[in-house]
Design a protein around this ligand. Structure first.
Ligand SMILES: *[C@@H]1O[C@H](CO)[C@@H](O)[C@H](O)[C@H]1NC(C)=O
Ligand SMILES: *[C@@H]1O[C@H](CO)[C@@H](O)[C@H](O)[C@H]1NC(C)=O
Ligand SMILES: *[C@@H]1O[C@H](CO)[C@@H](O)[C@H](O)[C@H]1NC(C)=O
Ligand SMILES: *[C@@H]1O[C@H](CO)[C@@H](O)[C@H](O)[C@H]1NC(C)=O
Ligand SMILES: *[C@@H]1O[C@H](CO)[C@@H](O)[C@H](O)[C@H]1NC(C)=O
Ligand SMILES: *[C@@H]1O[C@H](CO)[C@@H](O)[C@H](O)[C@H]1NC(C)=O
Ligand SMILES: *[C@@H]1O[C@H](CO)[C@@H](O)[C@H](O)[C@H]1NC(C)=O
Ligand SMILES: *[C@@H]1O[C@H](CO)[C@@H](O)[C@H](O)[C@H]1NC(C)=O
Ligand SMILES: *[C@@H]1O[C@H](CO)[C@@H](O)[C@H](O)[C@H]1NC(C)=O
Length: 837
């Protein structure tokens, strides 16, 4: 029994390492701490105000509106100072009622601004949770005050149905042509979700609650896509509003209450049905968004944020949906996340494909393969429908509307694989913009993490390069909102405690041509005058005087411009800078520090022009340690090498105090150092050291990877043999030990824990970390190592169920392992996806 457990532990360890190893972590090239002079951050915070939850940029871009707890602000977006503040507190009466209902006075019974939208040219529309009694109001932009009626009373509207009650609930709203579309919960308990349309402050359309079109959704975004464009096109389609959320996937049968990510859509021209589906959406359809790791189809199933990048209204077909996902199961790495991009044509294919059908009695989902009524249920009114004399949803035949009641889920998911995968980072927010480089346009992503960092990354050659990592806040608060200001080239980010502003780039922090090229920052290019912003300095006429190489980071291009080499290995010039004088102390070690150009660079120490050998001691941080001895005197240089570009980072002239002649034999310390650490390994792995510690640990492991694998495989083989032997010896004893386990453990445990997961995404920003399903995945990996995977899922489930009846037998050991911790399969969409293969 004991060794049997060991087997599982080891197996799991190996599996986890395998999984982590198999994905190449993308390390940010630069790590900039909070307050770094290279990236000045402007910050805004108001005394006594917290929870800066909503950001809105005015149409002219000059004002940033901020919604916080019980207050709103209007900031000058340039100098980031407050124009004015507007307090909008929940009334005392409402706060009392709220606490009376058992809510926390400080946490829940306040007015959290959840919706802040531009209504028209003169007014904003805002809604707050108002102490669990949602309330909406109008703000005059001219003087940033609440709109009052003729009697001087503030105009308010009941926010029920538009704004959530619970400040932790994730909702989303968008204003399109003066109408508001949103996703929220309608009631105090938070169990009545809806997607609605509100016209003139009245809910005119919503999802049909009794039909369970939504299952505990947590909304992360919404978008308006003008699919009617260009005007007069032969299809004659309508504009659509898309919603993005995570919900419980009832169609997924393997796990109890697994989470799935969704894209749902409605048509702008929907008016509801005439007899069937009165004042309900007649065009509500949803499909699964599936972001899986390619090697093993491990699903990142919890959508955290979505950014819709549209190339311009006439080119809506080229829209890309950028989503950040985390996983319900954490063996993607503790705190892992992924960025997946979905294309409009894939989304359209899913929405025009087969439907899923739910059997109302059994609640079983299946693919609907029979004939579908005309016009296509859930589609907008197109010219085809108009030719059938159907001008609006009110004229839709009843059979079409009845069909949609049970066929609102599309059969095939919209699939994608991660562009970017992090095992130690939880991305929470994403914003993307198209940036015109010298030659090409690139998609640049800004990603906010749950510990207050911003990653700026560029999509190039099908991969992602992280240009820089900036610590946005002095503390490690999660990034709540991220907003890109295209016209000013600024990024705004908010957290619980403040709002910050940071420019999209600072090209002048790259001081040489080589660094400017290596940065691979599409915002920056090099000319004789230095590294400059492309947008502000490059014009069509002077293009040939500029260089940039996002694809290859080839610093040799620098030679093309007269006078400027890459700015590195040009020894003769100023690089022969005065070396720093170091006097070696007798009987003491001296440390020579050396910082690198970037996290991607390698370090090289030269002593009198020769690369140091293994008799020198280099710390993991890259610092060189010198002990007083005659052969250690002379000139030391530390070079940073990256993509064939070298730059001298430090230079030292090491002398000895002439009064104390160092003729004594080499001190003991150095000998010890040499024994402890083989220098060559340290030197070579030192390139990772400047990366944040979490990366370091993992990457350092890499150098010993092969040795580790061989050792572990040998170990596992020995253990397997040992186990087989033990099991054979004690087969009757094992039977009685295992038997009770097999009845209550596998199925029930997953179920009871699965329940917990259900409400988890509602608990604010951090993704759920449920245990049971995660365990399922671990088990999966245990078996990956120990058994040969059974590829046919049907066979696998058969083996499990059959083995339950069968007495234990040595030849079935493998099966028995499977039995105690059944090999789970993830059933996603219509397919059973084996996450091992
Ligand atoms: C950009 O970097 C340079 C060099 O480090 C620094 O002097 C400057 O203040 C930075 N500018 C901004 C806007 O951060
Ligand atoms: C915002 O600040 C900038 C810089 O201080 C100033 O030039 C501009 O006039 C301000 N804008 C408004 C609308 O006050
Ligand atoms: C904007 O909406 C508000 C509130 O409905 C209304 O009072 C105001 O007249 C509108 N302004 C314009 C320019 O339409
Ligand atoms: C909204 O707020 C106003 C005062 O600002 C209050 O009179 C009204 O009762 C509130 N409505 C709800 C639904 O809480
Ligand atoms: C639909 O609209 C067209 C023109 O807008 C009109 O000619 C036709 O009669 C309408 N059909 C119905 C059924 O309302
Ligand atoms: C633009 O790209 C072409 C090839 O892709 C390359 O030859 C050319 O040098 C590039 N131009 C600039 C200004 O980088
Ligand atoms: C570069 O230098 C060479 C000779 O040194 C000169 O002939 C050429 O015109 C220069 N090119 C530019 C673009 O300045
Ligand atoms: C040895 O060097 C370290 C730092 O380099 C210094 O702090 C320490 O005082 C020195 N010890 C002696 C005995 O000189
Ligand atoms: C360090 O690694 C490089 C390859 O990455 C290799 O060429 C070099 O010989 C290694 N240096 C030492 C000292 O082992």
């Amino acid at each position: 029994m004991e060794s049997w457990r060991w087997l599982l532990v080891i197996g799991h360890m190996v599996a986890t390492l395998l999984l982590v190893h198999s994905t190449d972590e993308v390390v940010p090239r630069l790590t900039l701490r909070y307050g770094s002079p290279k990236r000045t951050i402007k910050r805004f915070e108001a005394e006594g105000i917290s929870h800066y939850t909503t950001l809105l940029l005015s149409e002219d871009g000059n004002t940033l509106y901020v919604g916080a707890r019980e207050a709103l602000f209007s900031l000058n977006s340039t100098n980031f100072m407050s124009h004015s503040m507007l307090t909008w507190e929940a009334e005392e009466l409402k706060k009392k009622e709220c606490t009376f209902k058992g809510k926390d006075a400080q946490k829940d019974c306040q007015n959290y601004i959840k919706i802040l939208l531009q209504l028209n040219s003169t007014h904003l529309y805002t809604c707050g949770t108002y102490a669990f009694s949602p309330n909406c109001t109008y703000i005059k932009t001219s003087d940033f005050t609440l709109e009052k009626d003729s009697s001087g009373k503030v105009i308010t509207e009941d926010g029920k149905g538009r704004c959530p009650f619970d400040p932790e609930y994730k909702s989303s709203a968008i204003m399109v042509d003066g109408d508001m579309y949103g996703g929220t919960v309608n009631n105090f308990q938070g169990n009545e979700p809806s997607i609605y349309k509100s016209q003139d402050s009245k809910i005119t359309l919503k999802t049909e609650n009794s039909l369970n079109w939504l299952q505990d959704p947590a909304f992360v975004g919404s978008a308006h896509i003008q699919e009617s464009f260009p005007k007069g096109n032969p299809v004659g389609d309508d504009d659509k509003i898309y919603f993005f959320f995570t919900e419980t996937g009832k169609e997924v049968t393997f796990f109890e209450n697994p989470l799935v990510s969704r894209i749902a859509r409605v048509c702008k021209g929907d008016l509801g049905g005439e007899r069937v589906l009165q004042r309900k959406w007649t065009t509500f359809l949803k499909a699964q968004l599936l972001c899986t790791r390619p090697e093993d189809n491990f699903p990142f199933n919890v959508l955290q944020d979505m950014f819709v990048l549209t190339p311009g209204e006439d080119h809506w077909a080229g829209t890309t949906f950028y989503g950040v996902f985390t996983s319900q199961w954490n063996n993607g790495g503790v705190g892992s996340s992924a960025v997946c991009a979905f294309h409009m044509h894939d989304v359209q294919r899913a929405f025009s494909g087969l439907y899923k059908e739910v059997n109302r009695e059994s609640q079983q989902w299946s693919t609907y393969t029979h004939s579908v009524p005309e016009p296509r249920p859930g589609a907008c009114i197109t010219n085809k429908a108009r030719n059938m004399k159907i001008n609006s949803s009110l004229q839709m035949p009843d059979r079409v509307l009845n069909f949609i009641k049970d066929h609102f889920l599309m059969d095939s998911p919209v699939r994608s694989h991660p562009l970017l995968l992090q095992t130690q980072m939880r991305y929470q927010q994403i914003s993307v913009e198209k940036v015109k480089g010298l030659n090409k346009t690139y998609d640049v992503m800004f990603l906010g993490t749950d510990d207050g960092k911003l990653h700026k990354a560029v999509r190039v050659n099908g991969k992602v390069h992280i240009i820089e990592e900036i610590q946005l806040f002095p503390d490690t608060d999660s990034v709540q909102e991220l907003l890109l200001d295209h016209s000013k080239g600024l990024v705004y980010a908010s957290s619980r405690s403040m709002v910050v502003q940071v420019p999209v780039s600072n090209c002048s922090m790259y001081t040489t041509c080589g660094e400017c090229i290596l940065a691979r920052d599409p915002y920056c290019a090099w000319s004789k005058k230095g590294c400059r912003s492309v947008r502000h300095h490059v014009h069509e006429s002077n293009l040939q005087h500029w260089i940039q190489d996002i694809e290859n980071a080839d610093s040799n291009l620098c030679q093309r411009l007269n006078g400027t080499g890459p700015g590195g290995r040009g020894k003769g010039v100023e690089d022969e800078q005065q070396c720093k004088k170091i006097v070696l102390q007798p009987n003491n070690a001296t440390t020579l520090p050396c910082k690198l150009l970037s996290n991607l660079a390698n370090r090289q120490w030269l002593h009198n022009g020769k690369v140091i050998d293994s008799s020198y001691f280099v710390l993991e941080s890259g610092d060189l340690i010198l002990v007083n001895s005659p052969e250690r005197l002379g000139m030391y240089e530390c070079w940073s090498e990256e993509y064939g570009f070298s730059k001298i980072m430090a230079s030292y002239c090491v002398e000895t105090d002439s009064t104390v002649k160092a003729t004594t034999p080499r001190p003991q310390t150095e000998m010890i150092f040499k024994k402890v650490s083989p220098i060559d390994k340290v030197v070579n792995s030192s390139k990772f050291v400047s990366v944040s510690e979490s990366h370091t640990a993992k990457l350092l492991g890499k150098s010993y990877w092969n040795e580790f694998i061989i050792m572990t495989v040998l170990f596992v083989v020995v253990l397997v043999i040992l186990t087989l032997f033990i099991l054979y010896k004690h087969r009757s004893g094992m039977k009685s030990i295992l038997k009770p386990v097999k009845h209550d453990k596998p199925a029930k445990k997953i179920r009871s824990n699965g329940k917990q997961t259900e409400s988890l995404p509602l608990n604010g920003t951090s993704a759920p970390v449920p245990q049971a399903d995660h365990k399922g995945y671990q088990t999966l990996n245990d078996n990956y190592i120990i058994n040969t995977p059974v590829h046919d899922p049907l066979i696998a489930s058969k083996i499990v169920s059959e083995s339950e009846k069968r007495p234990l037998n040595v030849k079935d050991t493998v099966v028995e392992v499977t039995e105690v911790s059944p090999r789970p399969r993830v059933r996603l969409g219509s397919e059973i996806r084996d996450s091992v293969v």
